[in-house]
Every structure is written in C-alpha cells, then in structure tokens.
Design a protein around this ligand. Structure first.
Ligand SMILES: [Fe+2]
Ligand SMILES: [Fe+2]
Length: 214
C-alpha cells in the first residue's frame, strides 16, 4: 500500500473515532475553560428551565452538525493548509459541543435523540462540498458560520433572562463562529448563490425545529 492510501486510511480511522465521540461519548475538548464556569445563575421557573433545555439541545445538535461538516470537509479538502484549518476549527467546535452538553445535563435535560442522523447528514454534506473544491467548501463554511451567528443572536434573545450560564456559553460560541466565518472567507471561500443560501436556511430550520422537541 502506498503512503497516500495509508494516510487516507489513517484519517478515516481518526474521523470514525471522532464521530463516535461526538455522537455517543465525551467530546475531547481543548484546554479552554467553560465560559459558564464563573457565572452565577438567577432564580429559574420550571417553564424557563424547560425552555433553556430545549434551546441548548438545539445548540448542541448544531455543534454535532458543525463537527460532522468540518470532519467531512477535512477528509476531502485538497489543499493541506485548508485541511489543517478545518481540523483546528473542528477542535474549537468540540469545545462548544462539550459546553452545551454539560449545560444540558446541569439543567436536567437530554441531548437530541436524532444526533446520529444530524451527524451522518452533515458529514455527507461536508464531504460532498469538500469534493467540489476548496473555494466552494470554504464558501459553504463561511455561509454556515454566518447563519449560525444569526441563529445564536436569536437564541440569546429567547433564553430566560436568569439563565446566565447558557448566555455566557452562547456569547463565546458567537465570537468563535464569527472568527470561523472570517477565516473561511480570508482563506478564499467564495460567495454562494442566493438559492443555495436559502436551501441551507430551510435545512437548518428543519434541524432546529426537530431538535427543539426530540
Ligand atoms: Fe460551534
Ligand atoms: Fe464554527
């Protein structure tokens, strides 16, 4: 077997390990501390707590998708530098995944039962856009991150006022996603056609509406 094939198989095995950790196990986050750590919550009503669980479940599912997208793209990206950047962004998304998961547990909720479905769909989408070439896959990433920033702004408005811990997590995520968007644009991501952007909005709405409930 030549070294190129061996490298590809090594990467596949690493991706599989990350996939299982993302969906079923403890995600291996970086050294960054949880932004909710030093924050104190206010008093919660039962309704407010239930709403926080649903919103954070959506955000956790979104991070499962982000992991899968980045991993799918990293697997098929042609340029080594682009691949490394995707891996780094994927590591940062892992922090978001771990923070959301921890918050859901603290609130007494559960993560989306459909996470394996979100992961598989997003991985295939990421791998496909990776095959279209780096400028398209980076453009797809930039648009995804832009939509995530807008989505997080909406959730920050919807979270109960006293859920300071969830708010702290979403604020840090919003900062990171905007950085990922800028990196993708600066690395040569091209602007996507409006129809593609609209299709992406519809797809993410299906995911967010379903994960809110299940
Ligand atoms: Fe994220
Ligand atoms: Fe991101």
């Amino acid at each position: 077997m030549d070294s190129r094939n061996r490298n590809f198989i090594d990467r596949c095995i690493t991706q599989l390990d990350q996939a299982v950790r993302t969906v079923f196990g403890e995600p291996a986050g970086s050294d960054r501390s949880n932004p909710a750590g030093p924050v104190q919550d206010g008093e919660f009503t039962a309704t407010g707590q239930a709403e926080s669980v649903c919103l954070m479940r959506v955000n956790h599912a979104g991070e499962v998708c982000a992991q899968a997208l980045y991993q799918g793209q990293a697997l098929t990206a042609r340029n080594r530098e682009v691949r490394d950047q995707m891996q780094q962004a994927s590591d940062e998304e892992n922090d978001h995944l771990a923070w959301c998961r921890q918050r859901i547990r603290e609130l007494g909720g559960h993560t989306s039962l459909l996470n394996p479905v979100w992961y598989t769909g997003s991985f295939l989408l990421g791998a496909t856009t990776g095959l279209l070439g780096d400028k398209w896959s980076l453009g797809f990433l930039a648009e995804t991150e832009q939509q995530v920033v807008r989505h997080l702004e909406g959730h920050l408005q919807r979270l109960p006022e006293n859920d300071k811990k969830s708010q702290a997590i979403l604020e840090q995520m919003k900062t990171d996603e905007a950085k990922h968007r800028d990196t993708a644009v600066n690395s040569g991501g091209t602007e996507l056609p409006e129809t593609v952007k609209k299709a992406m909005t519809v797809m993410s709405r299906v995911m967010t509406t379903t994960a809110y409930r299940i």
